[in-house]
Design a protein around this ligand. Sequence first.
Ligand code: FMN
Length: 192
Amino acid sequence: MTASKIIAISGSLRADSHNTQLLRAAQKFNPGGLDIEIYEDLRDIPPYDMDLDTPERRPAVVAELRRRVLEADGLLIATPEFNYSIPGVLKNALDWLSTDWTKTEGLPLHRKPTAILGAAPTNFGTVRAQLALRQVFVWTNSDVVVKPEVHVFRSHERFDGDGNLTDQVTIDLLQGLLSELRSKAEAARDRS
Ligand SMILES: Cc1cc2nc3c(=O)[nH]c(=O)nc-3n(C[C@H](O)[C@H](O)[C@H](O)COP(=O)(O)O)c2cc1C
């Protein structure tokens, strides 16, 4: 079987984001069978507007994100915690990915194999943000990996000065999460 295509989205726009570094670590410590592409255009996604949410009127950057997610075998999302929830930029992108009002295109997130993780310098390490993110994926009926949970707390202690993930416990958890995502992605491909 060819590798499953995974779109990886970081909820942080910060250049030195630990969440983006986690996605780079996912590429580096890929347990095999996954082709992980990091999505780079989150900052360009405009605010959700239902009047524009049609195949004809959707902004090009949104149409492109929807196409990529529809075509992908799975999603990997690394979220920071902002005010006990997920960042608005991430929620906004997920809102654009959650619809198909004309019932002609398919729902990009419907049954999509999805893995979530998150990093924060605090002691709680995105526990609340990840719960909020799981709640979003209930409405979208996405196929979310339940365990392992990967809460990278005190994230500043787990990367070296060049942004490389160096903490072995986190590397092991990350690989466990990716293996579960691979299982879901391969099962979904077998069904289709
Ligand atoms: C607006 C804002 C709200 C935040 N709220 C929380 C919070 O509720 N809980 C928490 O643990 N950290 C919070 N933080 C700290 C983030 O966890 C921290 O900025 C983290 O490094 C962001 O991830 P990044 O390294 O990927 O950019 C907040 C940061 C910002 C900018």
